[in-house]
Write a protein that binds this ligand. Structure first.
Ligand code: GLC
Length: 453
């Protein structure tokens, strides 16, 4: 047993924060990699030996508390991997395979990568996008360290947003469309069943959805990964709430950095972008009868996929969602035991829905069934705080700290029992350090979000 995998150790709330910090430092040493493109943390040295962009964004946020030097280097690496030329200029790859690192992967993962090798270009860079958590990371790192080198990344952040909004606005409403569920980072989440054309619950639906996901993947390859060609023929195109909420909050992060760089016009541009994205989400992704946001798919016949998962909280991070809607999402879902308020919050999938639809837990199909992912807890706490519910943010934070302290730094957890699952020595749970500093007991509530004038 190691400090980062404490198993059944008895919790000691008094020393918990320090214990978590010590475990995160140790894990940072274990997962830190010096690559040709720069330093970064692997998601898990045992299970995922690639660079994953949204993972790195979460790593920067969590480890900025105990390793601000590495956090800055990781943020610089993310943008060093950004495409600089051609039609994909501004694209930050979802994943990058480094040949020397690949040798560390186990046989099962190597087989999977071989099967899915077509997404990588000759430099090992995936053509997929992902939710730009790294934009939020830049703001967190800037606020925490005030290091001027973070401000130097503003142009790269802007290129990233420009790329997403230029190439992925497939419904013409200012929101980003995904071309495959994997781009959401929430791979096999039930929200993608309807967009993939799978409607039944249970194990059969799960198998069919994996098959459809693979078929879609190979079709994208036949399109040469050209988004224009894909957009002409795909019914999957999906406005994911998590991706758009994170991107809108990312636009506000760019505005914060532009203000810090004394560039008010740039700041105003990104505030207006965030405002426009939130307005669009309220217009086209909001279901007033249910009181939440849902993803939308198929530009020919736009349809909401009415499955309830916690990435619906992401737009609230902007502080721009109208107060009545934000309150409905927090009270009706985040704080409701029917949905996300499990004994170990935050249940990623609605408890009521997965019980009703018989969505079983399957370790090989991530983000299905009962599961807690610490990136979503970070989003949920921030969303609650922005909606004026510091009490909810603090509760999630304390339970998350207890969970990680008891069950170790794991890929995900069981919301009913708190048992850790998936990869061990997983870097994301370091996010709890930022949660403790931001929403923990004795911390003043977040400053009000900037408003657009
Ligand atoms: C899984 C997760 C994804 C993550 C990756 C590396 O595919 O679903 O969100 O980026 O592993 O940790």
């Amino acid at each position: 047993m190691t400090a980062s995998d404490p198993g059944s150790r008895t919790p000691d709330p008094a020393g918990r924060a320090e214990r978590l910090r010590a475990a995160a430092r140790e894990l940072s040493d274990r997962n830190w990699i010096e690559s040709a493109a720069g330093g970064f943390h692997l998601p898990s040295a045992e299970s995922y030996c690639s660079f994953f962009a949204w993972d790195s964004g979460w790593n920067v946020i969590g480890l900025s508390v105990v390793r601000p030097d590495r956090a800055l280097r990781e943020l610089q690496t993310i943008f060093a991997l950004q495409e600089t030329q051609g039609p994909m200029a501004g694209h930050v790859p979802h994943e990058v395979r480094f040949p020397n690192l690949g040798r560390r992967d186990g046989p099962a993962r190597l087989a999977l990568i071989w099967l899915l090798r077509k997404q990588y270009d000759a430099r090992g860079r995936s053509r997929f996008i992902d939710p730009p958590s790294y934009l939020l990371a830049a703001e967190v790192l800037w606020r925490r360290t005030g290091d001027a080198r973070v401000l130097e990344l503003l142009p790269a952040m802007e290129r990233c947003l420009d790329y997403l909004l230029r190439t992925r606005d497939r419904f013409g409403d200012g929101l980003i469309s995904l071309i495959h569920p994997w781009e959401s980072g929430c791979d096999s989440a039930p929200i993608f069943e309807a967009p993939l054309g799978v409607h039944a619950g249970g194990r059969l639906a799960s198998a069919r959805r994996e098959w459809r996901g693979l078929r879609l993947y190979h079709w994208l390859d036949r399109c040469g990964w050209d988004v224009e060609t894909i957009a002409r023929g795909s019914r999957f195109l999906c406005e994911d709430v998590g991706t758009n909420g994170i991107a809108a909050a990312g636009a506000l992060a760019a505005a914060t950095l532009a203000d810090a760089a004394a560039e008010p016009d740039r700041a105003a541009r990104w505030r207006a972008t965030a405002r426009g994205m939130v307005d669009a989400m309220e217009r086209v992704l909001w279901d007033d009868a249910r009181g939440s946001f849902f993803p939308r798919y198929d530009p020919q016949r736009p349809t909401l996929a009415r499955r309830t998962c916690a990435n619906a909280l992401a737009p609230l991070m902007t502080g721009l969602v109208s107060p009545d809607k934000a309150a409905r999402v927090v009270d009706g879902f985040l704080a409701s035991e029917r949905h996300f308020a499990a004994p170990w919050p935050v249940a990623f999938n609605s408890r009521e829905e997965i019980a009703r639809d018989g969505v079983p837990f399957q370790p090989q199909a991530l983000w299905r069934g009962p599961c807690v992912w610490i990136s979503m807890n970070w989003i949920a706490a921030r969303a609650a705080a922005r909606a004026g519910r510091a009490d909810v943010a603090e509760h999630i934070t304390e339970r998350t700290a207890e969970l990680v302290d008891r069950s170790g730094f794991r890929e995900y957890y069981d919301p009913e029992t708190g048992r850790g699952a998936g990869a061990r020595g997983f870097t994301w749970p370091a996010l709890v350090l930022d949660m403790l500093e931001t929403h923990g007991p004795d911390v003043a509530a977040l400053a009000p979000a900037p408003r657009v004038h």
